[in-house]
Design a binder for this molecule. Structure first.
Ligand code: ARG
Length: 515
């Protein structure tokens, strides 16, 4: 007979716990429990800010305490990492083949930004989509990781997944002093007591030989679940003498080490164990060094689905005002399979199309009004351009605006108008030939806006304003927001790629989109 799948244990426990777990009116005191089992198991209460990225999966519609299903870690404003086994659809509530054996995104909310399940702080966020590791194996728990893309961004700080440099790869070596955190059982089953407060415990990383000896080939737990240790994608951590461990309810939560600069690195996610805190059975974790490239690939388009279509369509709408053609969509989808999404943003932000719209408008603001555009004004003119207005028509709106007249007076004389523009744009009076040229054209009926546009789009002015215009146009393209003077100053030292990367990873960018 087939072994009962392991998740039955974890989920059953969670369900049973659920009922018992309304905020305990009189929480168990340390006196009620065996001395070593006061915590996550054998750990301590986390302080606010110690694990700002720690998150919990809560069943939709249930309270924060009753609904605790699993732990998780915030990787960015839009992405949370958990265990694949937390997402198994054990009751076949989601028969839709779209999710296979997994629950749909409406099963769980993600609680971020708090250590307390009984409190009211933090953000309880909906999930837009779930991504289970494609090689997750329910029978033996290989690749027990999954990513959740949040429908709205979390403002919590993120944790970095262990990197791929040799220095990073050494961080999870045998003997590393790791830390697990979670709200899971504070004493081994049949206990039902999860912790209302986040707890953490220090756990030494064990060698593969030790882990294999603890979970040898063919080994099953008392419930018949396979519990083989697979060094290729698992690590185990905890004292061999027992007493300290993660437990049910901690699944999917973080196993961490400190990098030399003292920042946390996520080296594992809570996966399984025989019992909890038993001597000889350290907890088993998904080894993230073997999973980090899948994680990076899956979350690389920030708030968008990693398949790229929605990302590409959004960039075209933001920088060209229309949807991509079928050809543009398919060619960028192919390219983005092997290139960062920032390549598309870089290309569109530097395109003539965007320069003839945002760039042109920003130069008009500066040349006509000697200031940078405000968000509402720039949004309005960008929209006008996409609506079919010519650059000359827009420039004429500038020269006949109340702001223009308010600044320079009526300027009834063409010569005074021209001098003012030359001063604004070139910081000098017009030379005689330039003056004759423009006065002649104005006399022949050319509109003042056309003169403004010629000067503001001249190569000399483009050059002198290039950095400022690029920063404003790029920020507006991505965030629909014009920078404040201090933001502009801070951005001036950044390369265009660094600017694009930081804007597209920002909370504000993710909050533009939902779903
Ligand atoms: N599978 C359990 C859960 O879903 C976690 C078990 C961790 N066990 C351990 N001994 N470290 O919550």
């Amino acid at each position: 007979m087939l072994a009962a799948p392991r998740w039955t244990i974890c989920l059953l426990l969670a369900v049973v716990l659920g009922g018992a777990l309304t905020a305990p009116a009189s929480p168990a005191t340390a006196d009620d429990l065996p001395p070593v089992e006061t915590n996550i198991i054998g750990g301590t209460k986390a302080t606010a800010g110690q694990f700002p990225f720690a998150a919990a999966l809560l069943r939709r519609g249930e309270s924060r305490t009753a609904g605790l299903a699993c732990g998780a870690s915030v990787l960015s404003h839009s992405w949370v990492l958990t265990a694949a086994h937390c997402l198994l659809d054990e009751d076949d509530e989601y028969p839709d083949s779209q999710y296979g054996n997994y629950v749909g995104p409406s099963k769980y909310d993600v609680l971020t930004g708090t250590t307390s399940l009984t409190g009211t702080g933090g953000q309880r966020l909906r999930v837009a989509a779930i991504y289970v590791h494609p090689s997750y194996d329910v029978a033996d728990q290989d690749d027990d990781v999954a990513l959740l893309r949040l429908a709205r961004p979390t403002s919590s700080a993120a944790v970095a997944v262990i990197g791929t440099s040799s220095a990073e790869l050494a961080l999870d070596d045998t003997g590393a002093a790791a830390t697990a955190a979670g709200w899971g059982l504070t004493s081994p089953p049949p206990s039902r007591t999860i912790s209302p407060d986040l707890r953490s415990v220090g756990l030494p990383v064990q060698s593969d030989a030790t882990c294999t000896a603890a979970y040898p080939p063919g080994k099953t737990d008392p419930f018949g679940n396979m519990t083989e240790y697979h060094a290729s994608n698992m690590l185990c951590a905890g004292p061999m003498s027992g007493g300290k461990d993660s437990c049910s309810g901690d699944s999917g939560g973080p196993l961490l080490v400190r990098a030399p600069d003292t920042s946390w690195r996520l080296i594992g996610t809570v996966s399984f164990g025989i019992g909890c805190a038993e001597a000889g059975h350290p907890g088993v974790y998904q080894r993230l060094t073997t999973t980090s490239s899948w994680i990076a690939r899956t979350r690389r388009l920030g708030p968008f689905n990693p398949d790229g279509s929605a990302f590409i369509a959004q960039q075209y709408r933001d920088f060209t005002g229309h949807q991509p053609s079928a050809g543009q969509l398919s060619s960028w989808r192919t390219k983005l399979a092997g290139q960062p999404g920032a390549d598309l943003i870089t290309a569109l932000a530097a395109s003539d199309t965007w320069d003839r719209n945002a760039g042109m408008n920003i130069r008009l603001y500066r040349a006509a009004f000697l200031r940078n555009p405000d968000t509402a004004g720039l949004a309005y003119w960008v929209q006008q351009r996409w609506g079919g207005r010519s650059a000359g028509w827009i420039a004429n709106q500038f020269t006949s605006s109340s702001e223009f007249e308010g600044r320079y007076g009526a300027l009834t004389d063409d010569g005074a108008f021209l001098t003012q523009l030359y001063q604004n744009v070139f910081h000098r009076d017009p030379d005689p030939s330039g003056r004759d040229f423009w006065l002649h054209r104005l006399g022949a009926g050319e509109r003042r806006g056309d003169v403004l546009l010629s000067l503001s789009d001249s190569s000399e002015y483009r050059k002198s304003t290039a950095t400022t215009v690029r920063i404003i146009a790029t920020r507006f393209g991505l965030l629909r927001e014009a920078p404040t003077p201090s933001v502009l100053t801070a951005s001036a030292a950044m390369s265009q790629r660094a600017l694009i990367d930081s804007l597209s990873a920002s909370y504000r960018y993710a909050s533009r989109f939902s779903g």
